[in-house]
Unconditional design. Structure first.
Length: 279
């Protein structure tokens, strides 16, 4: 049996083991996917252990998507452009990083919004998830605004994306939300604000939401966050994070096994896990 892991801190809340486990079973593969909590100070030691030949690869979540990069042997072009990694394949002890978040986000948004060329985008947050979304949308968007509490991080992310893409992109503070969200076509929440158990919180004032806006919340637990509820009440369209979770997980499984993942099975398992109270 080959092993697959999700590493992060914390990871107990994740439904990826149920989702990937159902897919592995449906494909009849001799693999096992488990969550492995790894504190930041233990990351180097954990990565060294994951080079074991019995490990086919692993996913990475908060807070390691950026800090793990120097510990890998190689990354693909998408990961270089994004500056964050969420999937690693173990090739005989050599670790190669990929970012399946970025194409998954763009695919999910394209299905919900339609043609993305020329869109105006506001991204809340400046971490690994925000990097994936901003980098993925950069070739299509007319402009992107990165809003974060730490304006230095927002400006750094905007600078990094502009090195790889010719797009009007700026990093600004959350205090600039009013003028930017009002002019946006798409608002993406790439922060953990509103995630269970803090389901009453929203990262943006509901009064800024408006008809014609698509609000994409990367959070999948709960499926209908306070932000999405506020967006619906305002007449905006909404998209939850579960679709992106499935799409990025399906591509990760393909990278590890060479097999096309059954996305319908993964979605069913994810919804079942959420319904079972894993929030």
């Amino acid at each position: 049996m080959r092993r697959l892991y999700l590493i992060g801190h914390p990871v107990a809340h994740s439904i990826s083991p149920q989702m990937q486990g159902a897919s592995i079973e449906a494909l009849g593969l001799d693999y096992r996917y488990e969550a492995m909590p790894v504190a930041p100070e233990s990351l180097g030691r954990a990565v060294a252990g994951l080079r074991d030949p019995s490990v086919a690869g692993f996913n990475i979540t908060i807070p390691h998507k950026v800090t793990i990069l120097p510990l890998l042997d190689e990354v693909d072009a998408t990961t270089k452009a994004v500056g964050a990694v969420n999937t690693v394949v173990n090739e005989g002890g050599r670790l190669k990083g990929y970012n399946t978040d970025s194409p998954a986000a763009v695919r999910a948004l394209g299905e919900a919004y339609g043609e993305l060329d020329g869109c105006h985008v506001v991204v809340l947050g400046a971490g690994g998830a925000a990097r994936a979304v901003a980098s993925g949308l950069a070739p299509k968007a007319r402009w992107i605004r990165i809003l974060a509490r730490d304006i230095t991080k927002a400006e750094a992310l905007a600078s990094d994306v502009s090195k790889h893409h010719d797009v009007d992109i700026l990093g600004v503070g959350l205090g600039e939300a009013q003028c930017n969200v009002g002019a946006a076509d798409i608002l993406v929440n790439a922060t953990p604000v509103g995630m269970s158990p803090n389901v009453g919180n929203s990262p943006v004032d509901a009064r800024l939401l408006h008809p014609g806006l698509l609000v994409f919340d990367l959070i999948y637990s709960p499926e209908r966050t306070r932000l999405l509820q506020d967006a619906e009440a305002s007449g905006a369209k909404t998209l939850g994070g579960l679709t992106m979770l499935v799409y990025q997980g399906a591509e990760a499984l393909r990278l590890w096994t060479g097999r096309r993942a059954p996305e319908d099975v993964m979605m069913g398992a994810a919804r079942h896990a959420l319904g079972d109270g894993k929030r």
